[in-house]
Design a binder for this molecule. Sequence first.
Ligand code: CA
Ligand code: CA
Length: 160
Amino acid sequence: MLRLVCFLALLFAFGISHASAMNPPQMAEFGDYKVQIAEVLSFVPSETPDYKGPVEKGVDTVRITKGSEQVYYEEGFRYFLGDPNDPENPLLNMGNDITGDGEPDLVITHRSWGENGEGELTFKIFSIGPEFKLLKQMKAKDDGAARFKDLDGDGVLEFR
Ligand SMILES: [Ca+2]
Ligand SMILES: [Ca+2]
């Protein structure tokens, strides 16, 4: 009986934090490529000295597959397809060639905290043509000022 109560309590706790902290899963596809961003929750040993039980820990995961093969995996705090501060920017949709090299691209942004405790974004640009490649990573303050824009109208995005 005690075991059942513990199990139900655990389920209840899991359900509550699940509902409040869950980052909605994001998914996009282009050609053979598929990107999935999801939050994964697990129970890990507590690092608090006066509490020995398990604590729930959540991480966001990024998984990119090409056909049936996984070509990229990463864990972090929060990930977004495109730019979380510019979610309506259609130029950042998966498959647009934002670098102008003729190959489709994918932009994924990691939101985290830098060493000074300030919000930080890391923009990752992947090339998703015949060859899969992480082309570039750019860090910026998470203050909404950094943007991808086509400043000179040539169809290639600039970053400022
Ligand atoms: Ca490109
Ligand atoms: Ca341009």
